[in-house]
Design a protein around this ligand. Structure first.
Ligand SMILES: Cc1ncc(COP(=O)(O)O)c(C=O)c1O
Length: 359
């Protein structure tokens, strides 16, 4: 007799990450494979983070500070908020999970875009909530469409800004106008995983400044992208202290490991590394735009470290053919693929192989 599991997880699929380099090497007998599939930082991470990790290695036998006190204090002081308004997590993945556990009741309606980061829908379904999907409009969040879907069952709205996978953003004015129209009993989460790459001035760079006025806003940020720490799992969320307190109740006792805490503290201080990440990303983005323009490909302008591009041929087929040539990208629906911006060398290899695949 099999053990019964929660009905809510019956149709859930495990998260599909970008294909690991080692798998592709093995599968196709390749020595060199580049991965432009998970929006990772091609520069690695700050050398200061390496030092901080090495200096923490002697402490592995002891549990980390479950409260992430030092990290919290540094974040609070840098961001000009109170420590009670900050909550570190093991990646924003864990935060998305914790928000769902703390807030989503069965049949609550959770509004999100299509297409956007898939963990929003998966965690909604996990909790028995009802996902309310609003299609993107010209590859960007349709905020009026989202507002029109609000009902008395709406609990939470996911805004991914800039959006993964389309790379598009909503402006500060659009966001504030939107917040003005969302009832204050609905949680709005601004997932800012790619904020450090944004080039435009009209992006809401200071969502923390909006928290005083909008007590239903949560701002979620990560060290996985521009800080280059995807492998160690650390992120943080800022918001009203009552909301933070509720999320903190469902947190695992030692959710951010000892190396991750040390790494994040060191990473925050290395502004130069962050600037280099931004610069190399912009240079790579302009190079890829030029190449795509020459090939006549459509792409929405990206404010992130990835580009969502129509390559005029089935994305899944292109994904397979690119893999055979040692380049991992992400297939999207139809003729779209998503490519992460790599080092210039990686970008050039990507273009060379893409031209080969497309004949
Ligand atoms: C929009 C968005 N949110 C959250 C995450 C999860 O990031 P983390 O590594 O902090 O868990 C990602 C990762 O790709 C993302 O693209």
């Amino acid at each position: 007799m099999s053990i019964s599991f929660r009905e809510e997880i019956k149709n859930l699929q495990p998260y599909k990450p970008g294909k690991p380099i080692e798998d592709v090497k093995r599968e196709y007998g390749l020595d060199k494979v580049i991965k432009l599939a998970s929006n990772e930082n091609p520069l690695g991470c700050s050398p200061k983070v390496r030092d901080a990790i090495i200096n923490t290695l002697d402490e592995l036998a002891i549990y980390p500070d479950g409260n992430s006190t030092d990290l919290k204090e540094i974040l609070a002081s840098k961001l000009g908020v109170d420590v009670s308004e900050v909550l570190p997590s093991s990646g924003s993945d864990e935060m998305i999970d914790m928000i769902a556990k703390a807030y989503i009741n069965k049949d609550d309606e959770i509004i999100m875009a299509d297409i956007t980061f898939p963990r929003y829908i998966q965690t909604t379904e996990m909790m028995g909530g009802t996902p309310v999907i609003v299609p993107l409009k010209e590859f960007t969040f349709d905020l009026n469409g989202i507002l029109s879907k609000i009902t008395n069952k709406t609990k939470l709205i996911w805004i991914c800004n800039p959006n993964n996978p389309t790379g598009t953003m909503i402006t500060e004015k659009e966001f504030v106008d939107f917040l003005d129209r969302v009832p204050s009993n609905i949680l709005v989460i601004s997932d800012e995983a790619y904020r450090e790459y944004v080039t435009r001035d009209d992006y809401p760079h200071n969502t923390i400044g909006l928290l005083k006025k909008y007590s239903n806003l949560l701002v979620m940020r990560t060290f996985s992208k521009a800080y280059g720490l995807a492998g160690i799992r650390v992120a943080y969320t800022i918001g009203n202290k009552n909301i933070i307190e509720n999320i903190n109740k469902v947190r695992g006792p030692f959710n951010v490991n000892i190396l991750a805490q040390a790494a994040a503290i060191a990473a925050i201080e290395d502004i130069e590394f962050l600037q280099r990440s931004y610069d190399i990303n912009l240079e790579g983005k302009n190079y890829l735009y030029d190449e795509f323009d020459k090939l006549g490909f459509y792409y929405p302008p990206s404010e992130t470290n990835h580009i969502f591009v129509n390559v005029g041929k089935n994305g899944q087929d292109v994904f397979v053919e690119m893999q055979k040539r040692g380049v991992i990208i992400r297939p999207m629906g139809g003729d779209f693929i998503r490519v992460s911006i790599g080092t210039m060398e990686e970008n050039k290899i990507f273009i060379e192989k893409l031209k080969e695949v497309l004949g």
